[in-house]
Design a binder for this molecule. Structure first.
Ligand code: ADP
Ligand code: ASP
Ligand code: MG
Length: 482
């Protein structure tokens, strides 16, 4: 049985025109497959608005969420008015939207009274946009004459209890998916499943992390043994750089799962970092395509072994970071400093994005999100108080406003001189490299530079890629070679 899973991102279903475009794409695939399953995000900006409403309510602002309800009502009503003809279907849908917005307002009111929003509450609140939008898209498909129902992923994706970043329990999910979606698929009904969310075994709503609808599609693709998974977004595929930073960025036709994994981890927001594994490792073809340019083939994500050569295929950045350094000559040969350092970091709940240690062991530096720099340096000063007093460690300090620039490409493995070429490109652009680290998979090299140099760094590394035609063209010579 051939099954196609298609996911539409926020912009792809961001207004009535986009919904129409998505509807046409879906209608175009019906008949080409035994079954089509759709996963949908909230309309663009809606998740941000819901989160903002809950946060401001928790901070004591009892007005903001009300304004957000009014705005969201206007946006959703406007979309429905265009898409769904006046009548019972439209009236029912508008009533459902009102009910969800009332639910949001009630949650925010409670959060306002309590003065805090727990991760668990935030998951329930932030996933309302997907619930609404799945209903709108399903209604639109029905208007097009297709059979379709909205399905909440809380009935399908069973997760652990890690709110805000839940992981799926695949065996349970597989059973649920077969149970809940099986009959609809048999009857030729197109389920429109809410992205981003799932539920614990006992039914409490969870989310898979920001941008998690990609992951939802991958989980369903895996659970359904899908023939293919297509991620529809607002760019032509995975590009050699964020097109907003490097206008010259080009689409990469084929990328390996580890390359995409590395890109996603290091900030290329185009795919949720966890998306790739379940689908690609099982050999299910995964495509990233443009809703607004649907005939363009897009990017195909393949297994490692099927990957094409090419040294540096893409460059990406993570912004808003700080680099913390623990330094002192007394650290040389003293065991346990690194372990204690990272224990102290973990105690602040900070995630470390990159680590680099001087070979002389005189310093350890690591990069963390900027907002945790102060608590982390304080925790380190406390943990290492004795060593600081003895002057074994000279100081613990943080350099704020830095970014990580990462060059990605499997072909770096075993290709000498890639780092030199990267440094060369940055040197030519007069950009100072503060630290460097190579990914353990050897398919990425990350450099820390000042935030003010970020765009120039991306462009200079990108020019190096583009100039050599390596991105997207497997037949071209190595990057940097004349
Ligand atoms: P969606 O709502 O469809 O999931 P996202 O906004 O999450 O869309 O991801 C698509 C966006 O990712 C693009 O519009 C683009 O600006 C950004 N992006 C960042 N890096 C890249 C890259 N290397 N290739 C393509 N898009 C990228
Ligand atoms: N709507 C969610 C978010 O904005 C999930 C997604 O778009 O993938 O994070
Ligand atoms: Mg996304």
């Amino acid at each position: 049985m051939s099954i196609l899973v298609m996911k539409f991102g926020g912009t792809s279903v961001g207004n009535a025109a986009a919904h129409r475009q998505a509807g046409a794409i879906i209608a175009g695939q019906v008949g080409a497959w035994d079954s089509v399953v759709v996963v949908v995000s909230a309309m663009r900006g809606v998740t941000d608005a819901l989160i903002r409403g809950a946060r401001t309510a928790a901070e004591g602002n009892g007005q903001m969420y009300r304004a957000i309800v009014a705005e969201l009502r206007v946006d959703h009503y406007r979309t429905v008015d265009v898409l769904v003809a006046a009548g019972q279907e439209r009236a029912g849908l508008l009533a459902q939207i009102d009910a969800y917005l009332d639910e949001f307002a009630t949650f925010c009111r409670s959060v306002h009274v309590l003065g805090e929003v727990t991760p668990r509450a935030m998951d329930t609140i932030s996933s309302l946009g997907e619930r609404v939008n799945a209903r709108i898209l399903a209604a639109h498909l029905r208007q097009l004459g297709l059979q379709s129902v909205a399905v909440d992923a809380t009935a399908l994706i069973v997760t652990d209890r890690q709110f805000q970043k839940a992981a799926p329990l695949m065996e349970r999910t597989r059973d649920r998916v077969a149970q809940v979606l099986g009959p609809s698929l048999q009857d030729g009904v197109i389920p429109v499943v809410t992205g981003f969310m799932g539920a614990t075994e006992d039914g409490i709503t969870t989310t898979l992390g920001r941008g998690g609808s990609d992951y939802s599609a991958a989980i369903l693709g895996d659970a359904l043994d899908a023939s293919e998974v297509w991620i529809w977004t607002d760019v032509d595929g995975v590009m050699s750089a964020d097109p907003r930073l490097a206008p010259e960025a080009r689409v990469i036709p084929v990328l390996s799962s580890s390359e995409v994994g590395e890109l996603a981890y290091f900030g290329a927001k185009v795919l949720h970092p966890q998306t790739i594994r379940p689908v690609v490792e099982r050999g299910i073809p995964l495509w990233v395509k443009n809703t607004f340019n649907p005939t363009f083939p897009g990017t195909r994500i393949v297994r490692e072994s099927e990957s094409t050569p090419g040294t540096v295929k893409a460059v990406t950045t993570i912004t808003g970071l700080s680099m913390v350094t623990v330094e002192g000559r007394g650290m040389i040969g003293v065991p346990g400093i690194a372990a204690r350092t990272f224990q102290a970091v973990a105690s602040c709940g900070a995630s470390v994005l990159m680590i680099s240690q001087a070979s002389s062991e005189q310093s350890i530096c690591f990069v963390i999100p900027g907002e945790v720099a102060l608590p982390v340096t304080r925790a380190l000063e406390e943990e290492l108080a004795l060593e600081l007093a003895r002057r074994d460690i000279d100081r613990v300090w943080s350099l704020d406003d830095v970014v990580i620039v990462t060059a990605v490409g499997t072909g770096m493995r075993g290709t000498p001189g890639v780092a030199a070429r990267l440094f060369g490109a940055l040197g030519d652009a007069c950009i100072n490299v503060i630290a460097i680290a190579q990914g353990s998979s050897e398919c990425s090299i990350s450099l820390v530079v000042a935030a003010s140099d970020a765009v120039a760094a991306v462009r200079s590394v990108h020019d190096m890629v583009i100039a050599n035609g390596a991105a997207g063209d497997a037949t071209m010579p190595e990057v940097g070679l004349p």
